[in-house]
Design a protein around this ligand. Structure first.
Ligand SMILES: [Zn+2]
Length: 296
């Protein structure tokens, strides 16, 4: 799933292609928006808010300024192509939006959400978000305040909650927990230095927002980009223990959480479903299992 850095980069790419230009056509293949007519509207800007994308359109013909809101959810993407390029991919199945200007065409593929609202009503779509890790108004103090509202909550679940802070998905959650040496099921209050931890999250997204690779180890070599996420069954780069994966959060919104039982202290799911303190050593007998479920 695209996280805040990917969405930020998508917004910048769309902004460079569309801002200041007039829409010649807008084909929104979305049931509720099928009749929307955006032709003639000028694109003011495209910005990200956490994992949400906001394409702001100027007022036109007495109609108010509008915002086209989209969310990539699991597998969505926006790409840009030259208008009229015969190699364009816009006819592909999965296309949900096509915004055409004279020079560039932006194509939204497999988008998870698409809404059109007056710009003054954006709050109804993104007003619930916590501080945006890559937003111009990033507020670390407010992020810390929101994390501490529920100090007993599982750290991983809190980080994935976009109302707490916006932009973290399962990748940065797993990596931040690894770097803090706490399992994702540890309570928030176990973070020893919360200001430093929040700053770490901010820095992880900042350093990765301009590149395709997501690197949390500082090591750009293949297979060494990150510590925990997506590495279940592999040896931990730091201690050699086998990295594991389990679910976190409440059904049906459970998400995967990768962790190293050697490096990270705190509760973790076990075979019988009861969270317990990991032993902190390599338990090879259980490395064939790839998924555990935790009981709350
Ligand atoms: Zn380890």
């Amino acid at each position: 799933m695209p996280e805040g850095d990917v969405v930020w980069r998508t917004a910048h790419r769309l902004h460079r292609a569309l801002a200041g230009r007039e829409l010649l056509a807008a084909d929104l293949r979305w049931p509720s928006l099928a009749t929307a007519d955006l032709a003639g509207r000028r694109v003011l800007e495209v910005v990200s808010a956490g994992k949400h994308l906001l394409t702001r359109l100027a007022a036109s013909g007495g109609e108010p300024a509008l915002t086209l809101h989209s969310h990539l959810r699991m597998e969505g993407s926006w790409y840009v192509e030259r208008t009229g390029d015969p190699r364009g991919r816009r006819s592909a199945s999965g296309t949900r939006a096509v915004l055409t200007t004279r020079e560039w065409t932006a194509v939204g593929h497999k988008l998870g959400m698409l809404d059109l609202v007056p710009t003054t009503g954006e709050d109804g779509l993104v007003g619930h978000l916590g501080p945006d890790l890559l937003g111009p108004g990033w507020d670390a103090q407010e992020a810390r305040r929101r994390l501490l509202l529920r100090p007993d909550r599982e750290l991983g679940a809190a980080l994935l909650d976009q109302r707490v802070l916006a932009g973290v998905g399962t990748f940065y959650m797993a990596e931040a927990c690894f770097l803090a040496r706490l399992t994702p099921w540890s309570p928030v209050r176990d973070v020893q230095d919360l200001p430093a931890f929040v700053e770490l999250l901010h820095r992880l997204l900042e350093v990765n927002k301009d590149r395709v690779e997501q690197v949390t180890t500082g090591d750009l070599r293949h297979g060494r980009h990150n510590y925990a996420h997506g590495r279940s069954g592999l040896a931990c780069l730091r201690c050699g223990s086998t990295v594991r994966v389990a679910m976190i959060g409440e059904a049906p919104q459970e998400r995967t959480a990768f962790y190293c039982p050697g490096c990270q202290r705190g509760p973790a799911p076990t075979d019988d479903g009861r969270p317990q303190r990991p032993l902190g050593h390599v338990d090879r007998a259980r490395t064939t299992r790839t998924s555990y479920r935790t009981r709350r």
